[in-house]
Ligand binder design. Structure first.
Ligand SMILES: *[C@@H]1O[C@H](CO)[C@@H](O)[C@H](O)[C@H]1NC(C)=O
Length: 243
Protein backbone atom coordinates (compact mmCIF):
# COMPACT_ATOMS: atom_id res chain seq x y z
CA UNK A 1 0.00 0.00 0.00
CA UNK A 2 2.79 2.36 0.86
CA UNK A 3 4.42 1.55 -2.44
CA UNK A 4 1.13 2.19 -4.24
CA UNK A 5 0.82 5.62 -2.67
CA UNK A 6 4.40 6.39 -3.58
CA UNK A 7 3.70 5.58 -7.20
CA UNK A 8 0.64 7.82 -7.18
CA UNK A 9 2.70 10.59 -5.62
CA UNK A 10 5.43 10.16 -8.26
CA UNK A 11 2.86 10.32 -11.07
CA UNK A 12 1.30 13.41 -9.51
CA UNK A 13 4.71 15.10 -9.25
CA UNK A 14 5.51 14.30 -12.87
CA UNK A 15 2.21 15.76 -13.96
CA UNK A 16 2.86 18.92 -11.96
CA UNK A 17 6.31 19.41 -13.43
CA UNK A 18 5.06 18.59 -16.95
CA UNK A 19 2.63 21.47 -16.62
CA UNK A 20 5.56 23.78 -15.97
CA UNK A 21 7.48 22.72 -19.08
CA UNK A 22 7.83 25.20 -21.91
CA UNK A 23 6.01 24.29 -25.12
CA UNK A 24 8.04 22.34 -27.69
CA UNK A 25 8.22 25.31 -30.05
CA UNK A 26 9.47 27.70 -27.33
CA UNK A 27 12.90 29.06 -28.25
CA UNK A 28 15.39 30.09 -25.61
CA UNK A 29 17.63 32.95 -26.62
CA UNK A 30 20.38 35.27 -25.51
CA UNK A 31 20.72 38.95 -26.35
CA UNK A 32 23.40 41.62 -26.62
CA UNK A 33 23.93 45.10 -28.03
CA UNK A 34 26.81 46.17 -30.30
CA UNK A 35 28.29 48.89 -28.10
CA UNK A 36 28.08 46.70 -25.01
CA UNK A 37 30.09 43.79 -26.44
CA UNK A 38 31.99 44.57 -29.64
CA UNK A 39 34.87 46.83 -28.62
CA UNK A 40 37.17 47.64 -31.58
CA UNK A 41 35.74 51.15 -31.34
CA UNK A 42 38.06 52.69 -33.96
CA UNK A 43 39.05 49.70 -36.08
CA UNK A 44 38.49 48.76 -39.73
CA UNK A 45 36.97 52.09 -40.71
CA UNK A 46 34.27 52.35 -38.05
CA UNK A 47 32.94 55.89 -37.51
CA UNK A 48 32.45 57.53 -34.11
CA UNK A 49 29.04 57.11 -32.51
CA UNK A 50 27.32 58.96 -29.67
CA UNK A 51 28.35 56.35 -27.09
CA UNK A 52 32.03 56.70 -28.07
CA UNK A 53 31.69 60.45 -27.58
CA UNK A 54 29.72 60.13 -24.34
CA UNK A 55 32.04 57.67 -22.60
CA UNK A 56 35.11 59.62 -23.74
CA UNK A 57 33.74 62.83 -22.17
CA UNK A 58 35.09 63.38 -18.64
CA UNK A 59 32.41 63.32 -15.97
CA UNK A 60 29.80 61.34 -17.92
CA UNK A 61 30.72 57.86 -16.62
CA UNK A 62 31.43 57.52 -12.90
CA UNK A 63 34.50 55.28 -13.18
CA UNK A 64 35.57 56.58 -16.61
CA UNK A 65 35.00 53.17 -18.15
CA UNK A 66 34.25 52.91 -21.88
CA UNK A 67 33.18 50.34 -24.44
CA UNK A 68 36.47 50.72 -26.35
CA UNK A 69 37.27 47.05 -25.80
CA UNK A 70 34.17 45.73 -23.97
CA UNK A 71 33.96 41.92 -24.35
CA UNK A 72 35.99 42.19 -27.58
CA UNK A 73 33.28 40.34 -29.47
CA UNK A 74 34.37 42.03 -32.69
CA UNK A 75 37.48 39.84 -32.57
CA UNK A 76 36.09 36.93 -30.58
CA UNK A 77 32.71 36.38 -32.23
CA UNK A 78 33.49 32.75 -33.05
CA UNK A 79 34.26 32.05 -29.40
CA UNK A 80 31.04 33.81 -28.43
CA UNK A 81 29.01 31.69 -30.85
CA UNK A 82 30.63 28.57 -29.38
CA UNK A 83 29.59 29.74 -25.89
CA UNK A 84 26.03 30.34 -27.13
CA UNK A 85 25.95 26.83 -28.54
CA UNK A 86 27.25 25.47 -25.26
CA UNK A 87 24.45 27.33 -23.45
CA UNK A 88 21.96 25.54 -25.70
CA UNK A 89 20.17 28.64 -26.97
CA UNK A 90 18.40 28.53 -30.31
CA UNK A 91 18.16 32.28 -30.94
CA UNK A 92 20.70 35.03 -30.62
CA UNK A 93 19.63 38.65 -30.69
CA UNK A 94 22.39 41.17 -31.40
CA UNK A 95 22.54 44.66 -32.85
CA UNK A 96 24.30 46.15 -35.85
CA UNK A 97 26.58 49.11 -35.19
CA UNK A 98 25.32 51.76 -37.62
CA UNK A 99 28.61 53.72 -37.59
CA UNK A 100 30.56 50.53 -38.27
CA UNK A 101 28.94 49.87 -41.63
CA UNK A 102 28.15 53.53 -42.48
CA UNK A 103 30.82 55.63 -40.75
CA UNK A 104 28.94 58.95 -41.00
CA UNK A 105 25.51 57.32 -40.89
CA UNK A 106 24.65 57.85 -44.54
CA UNK A 107 24.75 55.41 -47.44
CA UNK A 108 27.26 57.34 -49.58
CA UNK A 109 30.22 55.60 -48.00
CA UNK A 110 29.64 52.01 -47.01
CA UNK A 111 32.28 50.12 -45.09
CA UNK A 112 32.31 46.71 -46.73
CA UNK A 113 34.79 45.27 -44.21
CA UNK A 114 32.21 45.57 -41.46
CA UNK A 115 29.31 44.38 -43.56
CA UNK A 116 31.46 41.28 -44.02
CA UNK A 117 31.89 41.06 -40.23
CA UNK A 118 28.12 40.80 -39.69
CA UNK A 119 27.64 38.40 -42.61
CA UNK A 120 30.33 36.17 -41.11
CA UNK A 121 28.71 36.36 -37.67
CA UNK A 122 25.32 35.40 -39.08
CA UNK A 123 26.79 32.50 -41.05
CA UNK A 124 28.64 31.28 -37.96
CA UNK A 125 25.37 31.31 -36.00
CA UNK A 126 23.45 29.44 -38.68
CA UNK A 127 26.20 26.82 -39.00
CA UNK A 128 25.83 26.26 -35.26
CA UNK A 129 22.06 25.92 -35.46
CA UNK A 130 21.35 29.28 -33.80
CA UNK A 131 18.91 31.64 -35.48
CA UNK A 132 20.06 35.26 -35.86
CA UNK A 133 17.67 37.91 -34.50
CA UNK A 134 18.88 41.31 -35.62
CA UNK A 135 18.32 44.67 -33.90
CA UNK A 136 18.95 47.52 -36.34
CA UNK A 137 19.49 50.16 -33.68
CA UNK A 138 20.54 49.70 -30.08
CA UNK A 139 21.38 53.30 -29.08
CA UNK A 140 24.70 53.94 -30.89
CA UNK A 141 23.81 56.70 -33.36
CA UNK A 142 26.62 57.82 -35.69
CA UNK A 143 28.03 61.04 -34.23
CA UNK A 144 27.70 62.90 -37.55
CA UNK A 145 23.92 62.35 -37.49
CA UNK A 146 23.81 63.55 -33.89
CA UNK A 147 25.63 66.70 -35.01
CA UNK A 148 22.75 67.22 -37.45
CA UNK A 149 20.25 66.98 -34.58
CA UNK A 150 20.11 63.22 -34.02
CA UNK A 151 16.67 61.92 -33.09
CA UNK A 152 15.36 65.50 -32.93
CA UNK A 153 15.93 65.99 -36.66
CA UNK A 154 12.85 64.92 -38.68
CA UNK A 155 15.17 63.68 -41.45
CA UNK A 156 16.38 60.92 -39.12
CA UNK A 157 13.54 58.71 -40.42
CA UNK A 158 14.99 58.89 -43.95
CA UNK A 159 18.53 58.30 -42.71
CA UNK A 160 17.32 55.30 -40.72
CA UNK A 161 15.46 53.96 -43.74
CA UNK A 162 18.59 54.26 -45.90
CA UNK A 163 20.57 52.42 -43.25
CA UNK A 164 17.94 49.70 -42.83
CA UNK A 165 17.97 49.10 -46.59
CA UNK A 166 21.73 48.52 -46.55
CA UNK A 167 21.40 46.02 -43.68
CA UNK A 168 18.42 44.22 -45.24
CA UNK A 169 20.34 43.91 -48.51
CA UNK A 170 23.37 42.38 -46.80
CA UNK A 171 21.67 40.17 -44.20
CA UNK A 172 18.15 39.71 -45.57
CA UNK A 173 18.90 36.33 -47.15
CA UNK A 174 19.93 34.91 -43.75
CA UNK A 175 17.70 36.67 -41.21
CA UNK A 176 14.03 36.06 -40.44
CA UNK A 177 13.66 38.13 -37.27
CA UNK A 178 14.23 41.88 -37.07
CA UNK A 179 13.89 44.51 -34.35
CA UNK A 180 13.94 48.12 -35.57
CA UNK A 181 14.75 50.33 -32.56
CA UNK A 182 15.56 49.01 -29.09
CA UNK A 183 13.68 50.76 -26.24
CA UNK A 184 13.15 54.16 -27.88
CA UNK A 185 11.38 55.47 -24.77
CA UNK A 186 14.55 54.93 -22.74
CA UNK A 187 16.85 56.79 -25.11
CA UNK A 188 14.34 59.59 -25.65
CA UNK A 189 13.71 60.19 -21.94
CA UNK A 190 17.22 59.51 -20.61
CA UNK A 191 19.23 60.59 -23.68
CA UNK A 192 17.33 63.72 -24.81
CA UNK A 193 15.43 64.58 -21.62
CA UNK A 194 17.48 63.85 -18.51
CA UNK A 195 20.93 63.63 -20.10
CA UNK A 196 21.88 60.40 -18.30
CA UNK A 197 22.49 58.39 -21.49
CA UNK A 198 24.13 59.45 -24.77
CA UNK A 199 23.85 61.97 -26.31
CA UNK A 200 23.38 63.61 -22.91
CA UNK A 201 20.83 66.28 -23.90
CA UNK A 202 18.66 67.85 -21.21
CA UNK A 203 15.60 68.85 -23.21
CA UNK A 204 12.81 67.54 -20.99
CA UNK A 205 9.51 68.10 -22.76
CA UNK A 206 10.10 69.18 -26.36
CA UNK A 207 13.26 67.09 -26.83
CA UNK A 208 11.67 63.91 -25.52
CA UNK A 209 8.54 64.50 -27.61
CA UNK A 210 10.43 65.14 -30.86
CA UNK A 211 12.66 62.11 -30.25
CA UNK A 212 9.62 59.90 -29.66
CA UNK A 213 7.80 61.22 -32.74
CA UNK A 214 10.85 60.77 -34.98
CA UNK A 215 11.54 57.28 -33.57
CA UNK A 216 8.01 56.22 -34.53
CA UNK A 217 8.49 57.61 -38.04
CA UNK A 218 11.87 55.90 -38.37
CA UNK A 219 10.39 52.58 -37.23
CA UNK A 220 7.55 52.94 -39.75
CA UNK A 221 9.99 53.78 -42.53
CA UNK A 222 12.20 50.76 -41.85
CA UNK A 223 9.16 48.50 -41.57
CA UNK A 224 7.65 49.67 -44.87
CA UNK A 225 10.97 49.37 -46.70
CA UNK A 226 11.20 45.75 -45.61
CA UNK A 227 7.58 45.09 -46.49
CA UNK A 228 7.67 46.66 -49.95
CA UNK A 229 11.23 46.04 -51.13
CA UNK A 230 12.31 42.82 -49.41
CA UNK A 231 9.31 40.69 -48.46
CA UNK A 232 8.12 40.26 -52.09
CA UNK A 233 11.60 39.03 -52.93
CA UNK A 234 11.25 36.34 -50.27
CA UNK A 235 8.04 35.14 -51.92
CA UNK A 236 9.71 35.27 -55.29
CA UNK A 237 12.51 33.04 -54.10
CA UNK A 238 9.99 30.60 -52.60
CA UNK A 239 8.08 30.43 -55.89
CA UNK A 240 11.31 30.06 -57.80
CA UNK A 241 12.09 27.09 -55.62
CA UNK A 242 8.66 25.52 -55.99
CA UNK A 243 8.54 25.74 -59.77
C1 LIG B 1 38.06 60.05 -14.25
O1 LIG B 1 38.73 60.99 -15.08
C2 LIG B 1 38.83 62.27 -14.49
C3 LIG B 1 39.40 63.22 -15.54
O2 LIG B 1 40.53 62.69 -16.16
C4 LIG B 1 39.67 62.18 -13.21
O3 LIG B 1 39.77 63.44 -12.59
C5 LIG B 1 39.01 61.18 -12.26
O4 LIG B 1 39.83 60.99 -11.13
C6 LIG B 1 38.77 59.85 -12.95
N1 LIG B 1 37.97 59.00 -12.07
C7 LIG B 1 38.30 57.73 -11.83
C8 LIG B 1 37.40 56.98 -10.92
O5 LIG B 1 39.26 57.19 -12.34
Amino acid sequence: MVRFYLIILAVALCRASAQKLFPDNFKFGAATAAYQIEGAWDEDGKGINIWDTFTHTAGKIRDNSTGDVASDSYHKYKEDVAILKDLGVKLYRFSISWSRIMPDGRPYSINQADIDYYVNLVKELIENDIEPFVTLYHWDLPQYLEDLGGWLNPRIADYFGDYARVVYTALGPYVNYWVTINEPSTTCVLGYGQGILAPGKTLIGDGVYLCAQNSLKAHAKAYRIYETEFKPLTYFVVFGFLY
